[in-house]
Design a protein around this ligand. Structure first.
Ligand code: PLP
Length: 434
């Protein structure tokens, strides 16, 4: 392992520490097998600090609610909690995980379209931040409020409004309407407000507006923030405590792609600019909540997979690795991730080939990367895929093989954040019948 060859060259601070030490990577292989994720803990801290500083320096009353669903590795959630992030959860499973890692329930934001009466009772009893997504939840809130007449019951509402620009849908997949939240345009918001206000002890304290947009553009955030502020002022000004603009912002991309997307400062300038205009002269400014997922974690995970063989089929080379497309891009998009090849042996030949990196499953479409031009990786080399922290390990289990381990790299320490799975854990005897 004398050289680190970059296929798509990126800066990955910390990466060199792992890869340049032959004994280190061997030790990891001995413990975790020939494919595993690496969590770069320092990168995670850096992302938190950068996002927080960009917003807080422009609008003081600001918090980050980390979107658990993007990557709910307990080790990672705990680290973010220690840094100061709230937990943004969209199911009871995630809510309970937040409690399990020791999160203060007051610092849990409970969103999502599906909540049972029991979920809502728990969230309200615990004084968590609760955002109602649909009208059916109002009944649960009212029942809680009538059972606890002496308690003030604060709730937020996720609202649904038009965000298209010049008649073109801004939503992912080009959907005409978002399916989430309470519709502002058809009278449902008014209905919700009336229903909730029918009980004296319910207070509507915040509005939430998360949208999954195609291009995560500043223009979308302008529309979202402005709408939330206007709606809040028109409808809940007396009780307003927070404006929650959801997540969906871009994280830092490797060069040269970083030039193509807004930076944290650009988002903060747009969003905080509107908040300051709307609430600048307020004695008590509402809290601004941002719920980043991708932006916080995409670039903090690497996936290392060992090369098993490079073979030629007619004119193309296929590099088989101990990994699968499911490990690096479960959505199977066609773009190659940034990656590095760690070569076992020094090979002076600089001959370039075109090759594809393919996985262990029996699916034809199991390509971790395709059409790469460079020196062919050989048996026992490693391929390190970068930017695999978002929406990867949460889509589990992978097909055909057990889940790989996750190593937390907090230089100079390496610790297991998740061990390699065994058959007993994969086919858990408490739930499967044999
Ligand atoms: C998924 C989700 C997020 C995070 O979205 P990213 O695109 O990963 O930043 C934030 N808030 C809510 C309500 C979500 O559903």
């Amino acid at each position: 392992m004398e050289r680190l060859n970059a296929c798509t060259v990126t800066d990955a601070p910390g990466l060199e520490h792992v890869l340049l030490k032959h004994d280190q990577i061997q030790r990891l292989e001995a413990e975790f097998g020939s494919s595993f994720y690496i969590l770069d803990v320092n990168k995670l801290r850096e992302n938190y600090r950068k996002i927080n500083t960009a917003f807080k320096s422009r609008y003081e009353n600001f918090i980050i609610g980390y979107s658990y669903k993007t990557n709910y590795l307990p080790y990672l959630c705990k680290e973010l909690s220690n840094l100061g992030a709230y937990a943004e959860v969209v199911s009871r499973l995630e809510y309970d995980l937040a409690l399990k890692i020791g999160e203060d329930p007051k610092r849990i934001i409970f969103n999502g379209p599906l909540k049972t009466m029991d979920d809502i009772n728990l969230a309200l009893t615990n004084n968590s931040i609760l955002n109602i997504d649909s009208l059916y939840e109002i009944d649960f809130v009212k029942r809680f409020a009538s059972k606890n007449p002496e308690v003030e019951v604060p709730v937020g509402l996720r609202v649904n409004f038009e965000i298209s620009q010049n008649g073109v849908s801004a939503l992912q997949e080009g959907y005409k309407y978002s399916r989430f939240g309470i519709c502002v345009n058809n009278g449902n918001l008014e209905h919700a407000l009336t229903e909730l206000r029918s009980m004296e002890n319910i207070r509507i304290v915040g509005l939430h507006g998360h949208f999954s947009t195609k291009n995560r553009s500043l223009e979308s955030y302008k529309i979202i923030t402005q709408n939330l502020c206007t709606l809040a002022k028109e409808n809940i000004l007396d009780s307003l405590e927070y404006i929650d603009i959801g997540g969906g912002i871009y994280g830092e991309l490797p060069k040269p792609y970083d030039m193509l997307v807004p930076a944290f400062d650009d988002y903060a300038e747009t969003i905080c600019g509107i908040m300051n205009t709307e609430f600048g002269d307020f004695h008590k400014k509402p809290l601004l909540i941002l719920e980043p997922g991708v932006a916080m974690v995409a670039n903090v995970f690497l996936f290392a997979a060992k090369v098993i063989e490079s073979k030629r089929i007619r004119n193309d080379y296929f590099v088989l690795v101990d990994g699968s497309v499911h490990n690096v891009k479960p959505t199977m998009h066609k773009n190659n991730l940034p990656m590095k090849i760690v070569r076992q042996e020094h090979d002076p030949s600089e001959e370039k080939q075109t090759f594809h990196i393919v996985g262990y499953t029996c699916m034809e479409k199991d390509y971790l990367a395709s059409e790469i031009k460079g020196r062919l990786p050989m048996k026992d080399d490693y391929i390190i895929f970068e930017n695999v922290g978002a929406y990867t390990i949460v889509f589990n289990p992978p097909f055909i093989k057990e889940r790989p381990g996750i190593v937390a790299m907090d230089h100079p320490e390496f610790t297991a954040a998740r061990k390699k799975e065994t058959i007993r854990q994969f086919f858990n005897e408490e739930i499967y019948v044999f």
